[in-house]
Design a protein around this ligand. Structure first.
Ligand code: NAD
Length: 251
């Protein structure tokens, strides 16, 4: 009996707070995982390698800047030559440039858009044709509750994250008949370096507003990603899965 090779998963922002756990859970679900992140984060990369030593064989690292289209194209052709077609893509790379609009510089607007929104296009574009040709694909884009509700000081971030969901719904329609699903996961506030950067007072206010009574964990988010990335999740597409402890409820 010949076993098919593990599905190949690429996770951008793969060595970040959420990305690391997404890589870990996908590897534990039997995927061959490639974490993609900035080459400049050497210290974090060393820690990442240590943390994932348990799933060492199943997770490798490739440097790329998702805001650069050519860098993404080269990355995907390098991966596909070495390992075969990308079957699962998780776009988790993201940055914040928080400041109220009246003080926001064009640079703070564009830098954020280039990573959080262009980055999703730059990564989806080189993988989508292979996925549809092979008749299987799972794309999960990490959005945010703040894309649904808006947030003070985050016109750039909220616009990009809402845009990610619009992008996902449109691409879901284009690929639905070819076995490729495209969904977003919208985390609420999670216990990661991104949220640790917020002052203790504000953090407490955030926790007070979460019905479940705590920040989300990276494992909470990774669980949702793995669910949508599963082979048998083929009937869920164009959906947004909120994982926010009840912080924002809608239907
Ligand atoms: P993080 O800062 O820990 O990780 C983000 C990763 O993206 C980092 O490793 C960073 O190096 C990488 N990255 C940044 N720019 C990049 C680029 N140009 N090319 C490649 N990689 C790049 O943040 P996180 O908390 O893990 O967030 C992951 C995703 O989840 C982000 O998209 C974020 O907006 C979203 N999110 C996070 C939270 C939260 O509470 N942490 C809530 C909602 C949404």
């Amino acid at each position: 009996m010949s076993l098919s090779p593990p599905r190949l998963a690429v996770v951008t922002g793969g060595i970040g707070g959420l990305g690391t756990e997404i890589c870990r859970q996908l590897a534990r679900a039997g995927r061959h995982v490639i974490a993609v992140d900035l080459a400049t984060r050497e210290e974090r990369l060393a820690a990442f390698r240590q943390e994932l030593a348990d799933s060492h064989d199943a997770v490798t690292f490739e440097p790329a800047d998702v805001s650069d289209f050519d860098s993404c194209q080269q990355l995907i052709s390098r991966i596909e030559q070495q390992h075969g077609g990308v079957e699962i893509l998780v776009n988790a790379a993201g940055i914040t440039r928080d400041v109220s609009l009246r003080k926001m510089t064009p640079q703070q607007w564009h830098e954020l858009m280039q990573v959080n929104l262009d980055g999703v296009f730059n990564m989806c574009r080189p993988v989508v044709e292979g996925m549809t040709a092979r008749g299987f694909g799972r794309i999960v884009n990490i959005s945010s509750v703040n894309g649904q509700t808006g947030q003070f000081g985050q016109t750039n971030y909220s616009a990009a994250k809402a845009g990610v969901h619009g992008f996902s719904m449109a691409l879901a329609r284009e690929t639905a008949r070819k076995g490729v699903t495209v969904n977003t996961v919208s985390p609420g506030y999670c216990d990661t370096p991104m949220v640790a950067a917020v002052s203790a007072e504000i953090r407490q206010q955030i926790v007070d507003g979460i019905p479940v009574g705590r920040l989300g964990s990276p494992a909470d988010i990774a669980r949702a990603v793995c669910f949508l990335a599963a082979d048998d999740a083929g009937y869920i597409t164009g959906a947004n899965l909120p994982v926010n402890g009840g912080y924002f409820m809608s239907f």
